[in-house]
Write a protein that binds this ligand. Structure first.
Ligand code: THU
Length: 129
């Protein structure tokens, strides 16, 4: 589903299509794709598209697993796609709310990195609560 979501990205500036698929504890899967904007900072990543939609549509429902992948120049990218720093911090917020690790799948064309919890990708994270 993350692969499928890459084709719903809007990327006229980078041509880098990222897709995310988020499994929720209620069994729903919410997908997201990056959406760019002429005012560059107004655009957003696939991961945040997915998690913010999920939290808006299903408030209070835990996130179980997040898959991320990217497509560029006619194929899925070779190396597993990792979330940017801002997305890592955004994912951490929901991991804390859910009180359990969110499994993160970084998907490349031929390999997948399976990460047990966003904290492994965000050492010394900012935490206010
Ligand atoms: N992008 C994502 O969607 N997720 C990431 O974690 C990294 C970057 C997007 C932002 C921009 O639209 C494009 O990839 C190139 O940077």
């Amino acid at each position: 589903m993350a692969k499928d979501a890459t084709f719903r990205a809007y990327t006229p500036y980078s041509n880098f299509h990222v897709g995310a698929a988020l499994l929720l504890e209620n069994g729903e899967v919410v997908t997201g794709a990056n959406q760019e904007n002429a005012s560059f900072p107004a655009g957003t990543c696939a991961e945040r598209s997915a998690i913010f939609y999920a939290a808006s549509r299903y408030p209070g429902v835990r996130f179980v697993r997040l898959a991320i992948t990217a497509w560029q120049k006619g194929d899925f990218v070779e190396e597993p796609t990792a979330p940017c720093g801002v997305c890592r911090q955004a994912i951490l917020e929901y991991e804390k709310l859910g009180k359990q690790p969110i499994e993160i799948l970084l998907c490349g064309r031929h390999k997948v990195y399976r990460i047990n919890g966003i904290r492994a990708l965000l050492p010394l994270s900012f935490e206010e609560f």
